[in-house]
Design a binder for this molecule. Structure first.
Ligand code: ADP
Length: 793
């Protein structure tokens, strides 16, 4: 029976009710690594991993059991349990089917041949005991031809020597070594990373060396280029020297290398525009879903593309998974089988995306390259970011140098004055025009404070920084006088702007001295023309003034002659004619007197006959002498004084002329039933006389000219009165000759008040003159002359 069991391929182990092992066939013994004597009579519990109670086994018909092998590793069997007699005793038969698959050497060989890493085992003499296919392909050999040979047989001498050296080092030090090497494979230079390690025997001696090598050319190439270019762009100088094409070219090259290395059908880099929310195709190699001209994918909010772009994880996916997206549908139609997408990010900042495509006829990727591609994306992110920064800095630099150039050009060519003045009033910059206009050199200008440059009267026009901050920060067209080096002032039209960030003023200016001169000349000319026309008007008035009374006199004389001739004259008529002739002769006389006086004053021949007089009397008497005239117009004339006597030195004739002029004007320009108040005040130092009426008043704009010669107010609204317009100018001259002054207060339709002051001074050692009666008569005569142009007397 035992012999039969030993012939079977089934694994059989037989135990008694207590679990003692009665028998184990040879197949199972071999699998577990035991000999008969190792386990017979031992309890099965000693070699079972998962069972402690033997009754568990008895109850089951089928059970999974884990056995310890002699080497202490575990092997799993699915076991049928049969209770039967063995050597005439009831026993438990355990029939074991191995579950853990055991790999054959062949499987292992296949596995090792299919990975793109060169693997080998050598003895300490350097003879190849094993080589996988990939390593053999590097030596351009079949792997069977590698085994049993030495490096010197398999590789070029220079490599063989190097490998031998490393082998010896590993054997001597008993430590593994990792090294990189560059070798030429099939005429192409490649870089490899190799690992060699010792395998120690029982005595801790090295019995074999094992090794592995893998192609790191692409990684190295990209690393090297990225490193070089990263270095290049990381310094400002280099940034400015690098052209776009360098980095773009590098990325293009990187894509090309990846295309080859990954055996893909297409690769693209898309750049992400955050503001526009769109992906723009930047680089394409091999298959591309977009043509050169239509390289933009909009990622508008709420679109499926935006969702996918945002949530997409890096990696390769079957096109079926994403064919609901329009653009992926197109890819599918183009024959794309797999699409790989990898975000190009710098920290959390998404710069773009790298896509790779595999088509149907291409072999699907054999192993995951995601990490590798992600690492490359990381490097690309740095490059692209640098490229962007480079461009931005370049553009900024260009802009800045352009503006600076333009500013310099502007400052130099500007016809106007342009400068920068600091808050303390010193020039920081001034274009050459300033020196041209003001005569100071640029250096001198920078050292002179504005206070010393501006005309003292114009200083008040300067606004403080505070004023600028409060106000509009910009002022234009302010006229200032600036000191020229030759001592003369130059008129400048200045515009200024306060620049808060820089704490200074931008100042522009224009020399307007010539314009000001022209303006002044124009004003003078206008004034001259005005005077000329006033003179013309005056003379036409004067001739009218002369003609009117002369005509009347001549007319009256003719009538008289005729009447005498006809002998038909009555006394009454005679008196009338004589009175008319007299009145008009007075008018002529007044006119001639005035003209003579004015020309005397102008030529300096007019002299005052000063004597000490009681001015109160003079003013009162002359006022009373016009009573007849005011009565004609039913005007109420009031005389008021706060003193009865104030003696001062004056020319009574001239004071009378002043008063008669003022009174005749007051009567002329006051309507019937009006009122005229003459008042006198004295404070001991000066006498103030006022002639106030409630007549037509004087328009505001004319008040300033009525004391000028020919200053007759001529307004259509105001009825043209008789008169030459020289009375008030004479009055003013007469008052001023007395050391006094005259002014007027007037309001249209309310009335006018003429006020003159004469200082109280005396001629020493002279008595006060007493006006006698005769003088009064002459006063009446004067009145008649002065009032001769008031017709209705
Ligand atoms: P005229 O001989 O023409 O009166 P004046 O020199 O005496 O010349 O006066 C100048 C002008 O002043 C007058 O033409 C008149 O328009 C104005 N004027 C003078 N006095 C008065 C007044 N009391 N009321 C209104 N206007 C007056």
């Amino acid at each position: 029976m035992k012999r039969i069991f030993n012939k079977l391929n089934e694994n059989i182990i037989i135990i008694n009710n207590k679990g003692d092992i009665l028998f184990c066939n040879e197949v199972l013994l071999e699998k577990l690594g035991y000999k008969q004597e190792d386990i017979i009579q031992n309890n099965i519990n000693n070699i079972l991993y998962n069972i402690e109670d033997i009754d568990c086994i008895k109850k089951e018909e089928n059970i999974d059991l884990l056995f310890y092998r002699k080497t202490k590793d575990i092997v799993k069997f699915n076991c049928d349990i049969i209770i039967d007699f063995f050597e005439e005793k009831e026993a438990i038969f355990i029939l074991c089917k191995e579950i853990s698959k055991s790999y054959t050497i062949e499987d292992l060989d296949n596995l090792l041949d299919s990975i793109p890493i060169g693997l080998w085992i050598k003895n300490i003499d350097g003879k190849y005991l094993y080589s996988n296919r990939y390593l053999a392909s590097l030596a351009n050999k079949e792997k069977e031809n590698m085994i049993g040979n030495y490096d010197i047989d398999n590789f070029k001498d220079e490599y063989a020597h190097l490998y031998k050296e490393v082998d010896e080092e590993v054997i001597n030090t008993k430590k593994p070594r990792l090294f990189e090497e560059a070798i030429i494979v099939n005429g192409i230079s490649k870089e490899f990373e190799s690992y060699k390690a010792p395998i120690l025997g029982e005595n801790e001696d090295v019995i074999y060396t094992v090794g592995a090598t893998r192609d790191i050319s692409l990684r190295k190439k990209i690393e090297k280029q990225v490193f070089n270019n990263h270095n290049q762009v990381s310094t400002l100088n280099n940034i400015l020297n690098i052209s776009n094409r360098d980095i773009k070219g590098l990325l293009e090259n990187g894509c090309y290398e990846l295309l080859k290395y990954l055996s893909i059908d297409g690769i693209s880099i898309w750049l992400y525009d955050k503001d526009k929310k769109e992906l723009k195709s930047y680089i394409r190699r091999g298959y591309s879903v977009v043509s050169q001209h239509e390289g933009i994918i909009k990622l508008g909010k709420d679109t499926i593309e935006w969702e996918i772009f945002n949530n997409m994880s890096d990696g390769l996916r079957d096109i079926n998974e994403v064919s609901h997206i329009d653009i992926c549908k197109k890819m599918e139609n183009d024959g794309v089988k797999y699409i790989g997408t990898y975000k190009i990010k710098l920290r959390d900042d998404i710069i773009g995306i790298l896509t790779i495509y595999y088509k149907y006829d291409n072999k699907p990727p054999e192993y995951d390259q995601s990490n590798f591609i992600k690492a490359i994306c990381g490097q690309m992110a740095i490059l692209i970011k640098n490229l962007k920064l480079t461009n931005e800095i370049k553009i900024e630099n260009k802009k800045r140098s352009n503006t600076e150039r333009e500013l310099a050009l502007f400052l130099e060519t500007a016809v106007d004055l342009v400068g920068v003045i600091d808050e303390d009033g010193y020039f920081k910059k001034a274009n050459s025009k300033w020196s041209e206009v003001l005569g100071w050199t640029e250096e001198e200008l920078i050292n002179i404070n504005l206070k010393n440059l501006l005309h003292p009267e114009d200083m008040k026009k300067v606004l403080s920084v505070k004023d600028f901050k409060k106000g509009s920060k910009f002022r234009k067209n302010v006229k200032y006088r600036y000191l020229n080096k030759n001592g003369k002032y130059i008129w400048l039209h200045i515009g200024s702007k306060y620049v808060e960030e820089e704490n200074h003023f931008l100042v522009t200016g224009r020399d307007i001295t010539k314009e000001m001169y022209v303006e002044e000349q124009t004003k003078k000319l206008e004034k001259a023309i005005e005077i000329e026309s006033m003179k013309n008007e005056f003379f036409s008035n004067i001739s009218h003034e002369f003609k009117t009374p002369l005509n009347i006199i001549l007319g009256s004389m003719q009538l008289l002659n005729q009447s005498i001739y006809k002998n038909s004259i009555t006394t009454e008529k005679l008196i009338n004619h004589i009175s008319t002739i007299k009145q008009n002769s007075y008018r002529l006389l007044r006119l001639v007197n005035n003209l003579i006086d004015i020309s005397k004053i102008e030529t300096g021949y007019y002299e005052l006959q000063l004597s000490n007089n009681n001015i109160v009397n003079i003013i009162e008497d002359i006022t009373l002498s016009v009573v007849n005239y005011v009565e004609c117009k039913n005007i109420n004339l009031i005389f008021d004084t706060d003193t009865e006597c104030e003696i001062l030195a004056c020319d009574p004739d001239k004071i009378e002329r002043v008063m008669l002029n003022l009174l005749s004007n007051a009567i002329k320009y006051t309507g019937e039933y009006g009122e005229i108040i003459v008042s006198l005040k004295s404070d001991g130092k000066k006498v103030i006389v006022s002639v106030k009426d409630n007549g037509t008043g004087i328009p505001k704009d004319k008040i300033g000219i009525i004391f000028d010669r020919f200053g007759q107010v001529n307004d259509a609204l105001i009825k043209r009165r008789e008169g030459s317009g020289i009375g008030l100018s004479l009055v003013k001259s007469l008052v001023e000759m007395h050391g006094g002054s005259i002014r007027v207060e007037s309001e249209l339709n309310i009335g006018s008040e003429f006020i003159f002051e004469i200082p109280v001074s005396l001629i020493e050692d002279e008595e006060v003159t007493i006006l006698d009666k005769n003088l009064r008569d002459s006063q009446i005569e004067k009145c008649n002359i002065e009032f001769s142009d008031i017709y209705n007397i």
